[in-house]
Design a protein around this ligand. Structure first.
Ligand code: 8GP
Length: 726
């Protein structure tokens, strides 16, 4: 935040020079600041880009989250394996946050609901015997660039209340309160863990809504105009309980009738879906919500009941109704609740928005077609280009002037210069410089990691998940290893394969893939013949700070998910902006990258989404690839023959994924095409000028992937905001 904020207010150089006068290097100061432990991967980082764009475009829009004491985890690599240690990002304080105890909101859990009749005969619901937790906000300013708009990221922290129910064990109460903000994504494999998740979700939702309503009443003194003034974008389903909470507040605290409250609620909420992975679509057991939030649960039941009856009246079949219902098989489907309770539902890339309409939520789309829309993701060019790659920006400026910094669409002017050999060479020089910078950065933390800036940087950085197929990437490296060992005449452009990824703590398979990458890296490092051509580097504890330094240094952007699985991806956009070529499948936003730059300026491979589906339907047989492709046979055998680990069982789970589980993400089907894609990219690389030209075209076409464009679309189609300063 230090660099970002100083850059945004235009004081960075001044402060840098002033600090130098007193003998302090600003970069040393920057390194003291920990990355915010508020996110997990693409979803959280997208929200951060959106906040940056909102402020920079002069719109009033705030973020609402939990002030986690510990982020996801800090990743160490020991004996080639991931080791998790706490990420105490607040340990040396967060100088940008301001605690606002006067804005505390009282959040209530458990207890019972008393129903009585009001004077006009309507029902009155009253919560009693509840457990109170105080939500205290810490606000972080979100400073726009060249703008006087300053929005807030409001982070809620749980503190004990004086109001403890009689008989409640005092110490247990304190530790339960502490647990709420203790860490991001607590393990949800146990009942206790799942209840804690629901507790967290309700916590920041009840606190956020409490403060929105209070501010609104302070300003307008009435709630009937709430939907004219407030819109709440649900960032996936974690905040979906907000729908029930607004209903509760309107009806129980402000005497709205159900129909009026429901009409209002549906005008306030909009929902963004970020994944089609079935296992990531939240479903919470009814019993947990009922116990923890009895009044909100009653509201969920009533929403479900009314929705079912609405569908029945439309003539829908029982099977159809069950498929879209909110409560089903004793669980609450949070995505269905979000769709039914919102006026807008969007996916995050064209292909993803089509998949949610035609597949994931096809039946809900049939009921509410007008709600569904697409908002292709974007990233802030300020953090991801201007501030992290000033050398490239100065170069661009020489050719097209400063205009692109204010209006990023102007970056397209660079297209007029991509044929200029001087620019091409200067671009390659900047790339080389950024590689040197990254090598130095890495060496500071990991002196044993030796990386050569004179090599191609082929980079895959993202959360580790089977569908993202880091395994396919390392299998390509394994294939190179075998070719080099067997062919004394083999030659190739020396390449550094860089990986960065955290695996979820309980995701055994993903952790094994991390181990495999590190083992392959070790075997290659120790092999003189192979290490002449390839080097594999696994950067521990991948995070924003690493990305800011690595992306500007990259040549190849690996975006290789099974088609249909990656909602959008946003790393792909950051690479493109910094002039790396996409080596990818037709998935997520890769599809739109290709549309923009054309087939000549990216390298696409693999099955298309419809082919993936068709192949599965026809009966995919992974084993036949193993039988028929000698190279694949060799690679898969090497997983269990001691080549990469002396413990032959180490990677059995990976080998089993191919030979027993039938390769869920179809790596084997795409393997040959992936190899051939690498051949194409190396071919391109041989002609340095032609290669640089392609990189420059990528940069010139990247305006579409600015989050300023995305935010303007949200403003125009969903939020309808006016600028703060007209
Ligand atoms: C991610 C998607 O995987 C990624 O493709 C996309 O670019 C990003 O969101 C931003 O839209 N999804 C998640 O991080 C996600 O679904 N997280 C859990 C809440 C389910």
């Amino acid at each position: 935040m230090l660099k970002n904020n100083l850059m945004s207010i235009g004081f960075y150089d001044l402060v840098k020079e002033s600090l130098r006068d007193i003998g302090t290097d600003i970069e040393d100061l920057e390194e003291l600041e920990a990355d915010a432990g508020l996110g997990n991967g693409g979803l959280g980082r997208l929200a951060a880009c959106f906040l940056d764009s909102l402020a920079s475009l002069d719109y009033c829009g705030n973020g609402n989250t939990i002030r986690y004491k510990n982020g996801l985890f800090k990743q160490l690599i020991e004996n080639n394996e991931q080791v998790e240690v706490p990420d105490q990002w607040l340990r040396i304080d967060n100088p940008f946050e301001v605690r606002k105890p006067d804005k505390t909101v009282d959040v209530r859990y458990y207890g019972d609901v008393e129903v009585s009749r009001g004077e006009n005969g309507g029902l009155i619901f009253h919560r009693y015997n509840t457990e109170h937790v105080l939500a205290v906000p810490y606000d972080m300013p979100i400073v726009g660039e060249n703008s006087t708009t300053c929005n807030l990221l409001r982070m809620w922290s749980a503190e004990p209340s004086d109001d403890i129910p009689a008989g409640r064990d005092y110490r247990k109460y304190l530790s339960d309160v502490d647990d709420i903000c203790l860490n991001l994504y607590p393990d949800d494999s146990t009942e206790e863990g799942r209840i804690l998740r629901i507790k967290q979700e309700y916590f920041f939702v009840a606190a956020g809504l409490g403060s929105i309503i209070r501010d609104h009443l302070y300003t307008f003194g009435r709630l009937d105009n709430l939907a004219d003034k407030v819109v709440i974008q649900l960032n996936d389903t974690h905040p979906a309980l907000a729908i029930t909470e607004l209903m509760r507040i309107l009806m129980d605290n402000y005497s709205f009738e159900w129909d009026d409250a429901w009409t209002m609620t549906k005008k306030v909420f909009a929902y963004t879906n970020h994944t089609v992975m079935q296992e990531a679509l939240e479903k919470w057991p009814c019993a947990y919500i009922k116990k923890l939030l009895p009044r909100n649960y009653m509201i969920i039941e009533e929403i479900d009941r009314r929705f079912r009856s609405y569908l029945y009246d439309l003539g829908k079949t029982p099977a159809f109704i069950e498929s879209v219902a909110i409560i089903s098989e004793n669980s609450v489907r949070m995505a269905n609740l979000s769709i039914v309770g919102s006026f807008s539902v969007n996916g995050v890339a064209k292909i993803h928005s089509d998949i949610i309409k035609n597949n994931t939520f096809a039946n809900l789309y049939e009921v509410f077609p007008e709600r569904f829309n697409n908002k292709t993701n974007g990233v802030t060019p300020r953090r991801w280009l201007f501030y992290s790659n000033p050398e490239l920006c100065s170069l661009i400026e020489k050719y097209i002037g400063k205009g692109f910094r204010k209006d990023f669409n102007r970056i397209a002017d660079l297209l007029n210069h991509v044929d200029d050999p001087e620019l091409q060479e200067a671009f390659l020089r900047v790339k080389k410089q950024k590689k040197k910078d990254f090598a130095k950065f890495l060496e500071r933390s990991f002196p044993e990691m030796d990386i050569d800036p004179n090599t191609i940087f082929d980079v895959q950085i993202k959360r580790l998940h089977a569908y993202k197929r880091q395994l396919l990437n390392i299998m390509y490296v394994m294939s190179l290893y075998f070719r080099i060992k067997e062919d004394p005449m083999f030659t190739m452009e020396k390449t550094t394969f860089v990986f960065g990824a955290k695996a979820a703590t309980s995701y055994h398979f993903a952790k094994k893939v991390i181990k495999l990458i590190n083992c392959v890296s070790e075997v290659i490092r120790k092999d003189e013949q192979v290490s002449k051509f390839i080097n594999v580097v696994f950067v521990p504890n991948y995070r924003v700070t690493v990305a800011e330094k690595l992306i500007p240094a990259s040549d190849i952007s690996e975006q290789i998910s099974t088609a249909g699985k990656e909602a959008s991806g946003t790393g792909n956009m950051k690479f493109m902006m910094n002039g790396a070529l996409t080596l990818g499948t037709l998935d997520g936003a890769n599809v739109e990258i290709r549309e923009l730059v054309g087939d000549d300026n990216c390298v696409i491979f693999g099955l298309h989404e419809d082919e993936v589906t068709a192949m599965k339907v026809a009966g995919y047989r992974a084993f036949s690839y193993y039988q028929e492709d000698p190279l694949l046979h060799r690679i898969i055998d090497s997983l269990t023959d001691g080549t990469w680990s002396s413990d032959r069982d180490d990677f059995k789970i990976i080998s089993d994924e191919f030979l027993i589980n039938n390769d869920e993400y179809m790596l084997l089907a795409d393997f040959r095409s992936y190899l051939e894609a690498h051949d194409r990219i190396y071919q391109i690389y041989r002609d340095k000028h032609a290669y640089a030209r392609k990189c420059l075209i990528n940069i010139a076409k990247s305006a579409y992937f600015s989050s300023d464009r995305t935010i303007q679309e949200y403003v125009d189609d969903i939020w309808h905001l006016d600028k703060v300063h007209k």
